[in-house]
Design a binder for this molecule. Structure first.
Ligand code: WQD
Length: 344
C-alpha cells in the first residue's frame, strides 16, 4: 500500500537509490536535502527511472526546524521517515568533531522533535558498522558491544541511543540499519556515487583509476592479520541496501512492540582489498594498477556482518554479487565521468 514517506538526505548516494525503490513500491516521497554533498540532478534522474512524479523536493537543512516543518506541511500527512541526512567522513569527523555532533546528532534531534509535533513516530535511521569500533570476533552481531573509535561513529551511537530512549518512552517505531560498505550503482548507470574531489573510499577510487582519471590505486596496508595482508570489509550492492530500507519501513508499519529494530545490513562475506581489485578486473576486463603503501590512520583490519537478524526480522538478505557491484559501478562511472556535474 502506498504511503507518504519523508526522506532526509534523499539526493545522496544511498538516499537516491532508496528513493527509486520507494517510488517503485508505490510510495509518495518528500525529500528534504540541503545538497551539501549531493545534487538535485540525482532526484531528477530517480523520477525519470521510476517513471513517477510522486517525489517532491524541499530544499533545506535538517537542523532547521522551519525547513523540517515545511517538509511535513508539504507532505500533508507523513506515515514514516527515512533519515539519511548527515556527514560520513571519518577523517573529517576527527578534525571537526563539533560539526559532526551538530549535523548528525542535533540534526536527528531536530527531526525527531518535528516528527513528534507532526504525530509521526515511524523512523528508519542510517547507522553504521563503525559503531563496533575495532572488533576482535567475527562475524559481528548486533548484540556485540558498541565501541566507537572516532567522532563519526560516536555521533551514530548517540543517535541510536536517543532513538532507543524515545522507543522506551513510548509509541515510536524505529529501525537502526547498520550499514557495512555499500558500493556499485543502479544498473542503468544513471544514478550512482558522486564523491567530491579525491575519493576517500575504495570503490570510487578504483573506478576513477579504471577511467584513467587517477594513475593508480594506493592500497593502504599489506600487513594486517588477514589472509593476504590487506583490509577486509563487507561490501554490498547499494541496490540491496536501498531495498533493505523499503522492507524495513514496511516492517515498521506492521509492528507493535516498541524496541528499536537494530540490524546489520551486509552480505556476511568479507572481501580483502586485493580481492575487490581482482574482482573488478575480472568483471570489467580492465587492469587496475596499484601500489601497496602504509596503513591509513584509523582503519581497522576487518569488518564483517552477521546478516542473520536482517534475514529473520525483515526476510531481507543481500543477493547481488561482487561482479554486479563492479559492473554497475563501472557503468555509472563510464556514463558519468564527472558525476552529476557538467554532463546532465
Ligand atoms: C575500504 C578498504 C581501506 C581507499 C567506510 C566509510 C565511512 C564509514 C564506514 C559509513 C579499507 C582500503 C581504501 C583507498 C585502500 N561509512 N582502501 N585504498 O574505511 O570501511 O569506511 O565505512 O558508516 O564513512 O568511508 O571504507 O572504502 O574507505 O575502505 O586501500 O584508496 O579499502 O584501507 O581497508 P571504510 P573505504
Amino acid at each position: 500500500m502506498g504511503r507518504r514517506v519523508l526522506v532526509t538526505g534523499g539526493a545522496g548516494f544511498i538516499g537516491s537509490h532508496t528513493c527509486l525503490v520507494l517510488l517503485e513500491q508505490g510510495h509518495e516521497i518528500v525529500v528534504l536535502d540541503n545538497f551539501d554533498n549531493s545534487s538535485p540532478e540525482a532526484l531528477r534522474r530517480v523520477q525519470e527511472l521510476a517513471g513517477s512524479t510522486q517525489l517532491t523536493l524541499v530544499e533545506g537543512d535538517v537542523r532547521d526546524p522551519k525547513a523540517v516543518d515545511q517538509a511535513f506541511r508539504t507532505a500533508g500527512t507523513v506515515d514514516g521517515v527515512i533519515h539519511f541526512a548527515g556527514l560520513k567522513a571519518v577523517g573529517e569527523s576527527v578534525a571537526n568533531p563539533l560539526h559532526y555532533w551538530d549535523v548528525n546528532v542535533n540534526g536527528s534531534r531536530v527531526l525527531a522533535a518535528a516528527m513528534d509535533r507532526h504525530d509521526c513516530r515511524t523512523l528508519v535511521f542510517s547507522s553504521t558498522a563503525t559503531v563496533y569500533g575495532e572488533p576482535q570476533t567475527f562475524p559481528l552481531r548486533e548484540d556485540m558491544p558498541m565501541a566507537p573509535i572516532h567522532p563519526y561513529a560516536q555521533t551514530k551511537v548517540a543517535v541510536e541511543q536517543i532513538l532507543g530512549a524515545l522507543c522506551r518512552a513510548g509509541s515510536w517505531q524505529v529501525a537502526c540499519l547498520r550499514y557495512f560498505n555499500p558500493v556499485g550503482a543502479h544498473p542503468s548507470g544513471q544514478i550512482g556515487e558522486d564523491p567530491m574531489g579525491t575519493p576517500n573510499n575504495l570503490f570510487p577510487f578504483i573506478t576513477q583509476v579504471a577511467a584513467g582519471r587517477r594513475e593508480r590505486l594506493r592500497i593502504f596496508g599489506q600487513d594486517y592479520a588477514t589472509p593476504d595482508g590487506t583490509g577486509i570489509r563487507d561490501y554490498l550492492h547499494v541496490m540491496d541496501l536501498a531495498e533493505a530500507h523499503g522492507v524495513a519501513l514496511d516492517r515498521l508499519f506492521q509492528r507493535q512492540n516498541a524496541d528499536p529494530l537494530t540490524l546489520n545490513i551486509g552480505t556476511g562475506r568479507g572481501l580483502s582489498v586485493l580481492e575487490v581489485v581482482h574482482g573488478f578486473e575480472q568483471a570489467t576486463g580492465l587492469t587496475i594498477p596499484y601500489e601497496l603503501v602504509e596503513r591509513r590512520a584509523g582503519d581497522v583490519p576487518r569488518l564483517e556482518a552477521c546478516p542473520q537478524s536482517a534475514q529473520t526480522m525483515l526476510g531481507w538478505s543481500a543477493r547481488r554479487t561482487l561482479e554486479e557491484m563492479c559492473r554497475d559501478g563501472w557503468a555509472w562511472q563510464q556514463a558519468n565521468p564527472t558525476g552529476y556535474r557538467n554532463n546532465s
